[in-house]
Ligand binder design. Structure first.
Ligand code: NAD
Length: 395
């Protein structure tokens, strides 16, 4: 079938299998071009199909020749209906990994559930024995608590008072004011339940209980801080409370891994266009200004560049891992540079529908958003018939 983008707000209903494959191949080429990383060899990535998790899987496999198990929650294709992009990404990843002689298997299901944890444990036992790196990169709006059966929904709300600021509809380029009502009732607890560290702990406990973590095993989860411009809705909002919890969880996991010399880290990453971040109000305007300035300064990075730097210059540099005063690895260091933030704060005041395409990188935002779904890649013939029924080899 001919597959075209069908945009609905901050999601696209279609995905292009060949474009997703091209996206994965480009990321693999980037990692290869940067040279070998002396990293972990047996890697579990939870949230492995898009964004930072996919970049982590690619960095481990093609930077360190690692065997990888990827867990994700994606929609497979059906005749005449495309899969979700993470499905096609994972199909392409496995194809390339297998071609390169690398072990790569995937599990498609709810990572919050006991069943998927059990399935993963069985796979590690059968195939890899022990794991030396666990990347935790889930971004989800809901979590069914496997112990209580309660379905928790996360929210993206300010805490205490209503927040009013500028935002942009990145499809139309319209800059407008948006007001978000503050969290009420159980919004904070629910968001912490979904995006906090509880499930990360459950994964690490389950793996350790089965003796599936190698001596010196490392686990890393991803967080975000961002500037004061967005803090009411992000870092000081409901999602920020979840990130506080996730970051605190790194310490309790490190304690629980002490007897195997294991360690848990949080890496604070840069703001990027992913399916998760485009759903957050205000953030798209911030990102379009951020991209413009970081590109001008020659310091722009995507997910793959970020994770390559995390691996090569932090986690596996052979030197002591540099962290901030709260024990976090910072690869948002270039985003948070004072000169970058000062320029954004100034542009933020000036931004209007009329000037945003010029003072911000709206086009870069849109390109990245299209790319998430496999659209807009050079080398892909979008007018040609594409086969939507692509399989993930191991599933
Ligand atoms: N995008 C950003 O700007 C940004 C910046 C810093 C940190 N982060 C953090 O990075 C992490 C990953 O975010 P992302 O932006 O790469 O998101 P993403 O939406 O691209 O990826 C989310 C992944 O989680 C998987 N997933 C979601 N629900 C699942 C479930 N129930 N079971 C199994 N898999 C499930 C998806 O399949 C996908 O692989 C998050 O913790 C996010 O907060 C994101």
């Amino acid at each position: 079938m001919i597959i075209e983008p069908r945009m609905r707000g901050f999601i696209c209903l279609t995905a292009h299998p060949d474009g997703c494959e091209q996206n994965v191949k480009n990321q693999i080429e980037y990692i290869k071009s940067k040279g070998a990383i002396n990293g972990a060899k047996k890697v579990l990535v939870i949230g492995a199909s898009t964004g930072f998790g996919l970049a982590s899987r690619i960095s481990s496999a093609f930077g360190s020749n690692a065997s990888t198990i990827g867990v994700f929650f994606e929609k497979p294709p059906s005749e005449g209906k495309t899969a979700s992009p993470g499905w096609y990404n994972s199909a392409a990843f496995e194809k390339e990994a297998h071609k390169a002689g690398l072990y790569a298997k995937s599990i498609n299901g709810d990572a919050f559930s006991d069943e998927v944890k059990k399935q993963t444990i069985d796979m590690i036992k059968a195939d890899l024995g022990q794991i030396d790196l666990v990347i935790y990169s889930l971004a989800s709006p809901v979590r069914l608590d496997p112990k209580t059966g309660v379905l928790h929904r996360s929210t993206l709300k300010p805490i205490g008072e209503k927040f009013t600021n500028k935002t942009v509809d990145f499809h139309s380029g319209k800059v407008s004011e948006i007001s978000i009502e503050p969290a009420q009732g159980d919004d904070i607890e629910n968001t912490v339940k979904v995006m906090g560290g509880e499930d990360w702990t459950m994964w690490m406990d389950a793996l350790k209980a089965e003796n599936l973590l190698a001596d010196g095993a490392t686990t890393v989860a991803y967080s975000y801080i961002g500037p004061s411009l967005t803090e009411a809705v992000y870092r000081k909002g409901t999602i920020g409370r979840a990130k506080d919890h996730l970051e605190a969880t790194a310490f309790t996991i490190t304690d629980s891994l002490a007897d195997i010399n294991g360690k848990a880290y949080v890496s604070v990453n840069k703001a990027l266009v992913t399916q998760a971040s485009s759903a957050i109000p205000v953030i798209p305007l911030y990102i379009s200004l951020l991209y413009k300035i970081m590109k001008e300064e020659g310091i722009h990075e995507g997910c793959i560049e970020q994770i390559q730097r995390l691996y090569a210059e932090r986690l596996f540099s052979g030197k002591e891992i540099a962290t901030d005063e709260k024990g976090r690895i910072r690869i948002d260091d270039w985003e948070m540079r004072q000169d970058v933030q000062d320029k954004i704060a100034k542009l933020w005041q000036e931004a209007t529908t009329e000037n945003l395409a010029e003072i911000g990188d709206l086009e870069g935002y849109r390109n990245d958003f299209h790319n998430l779904f496999g659209f807009g890649f050079d080398g892909v013939d979008y007018k040609a018939d594409a086969n939507e029924m692509v399989a993930v080899e191991s599933i």
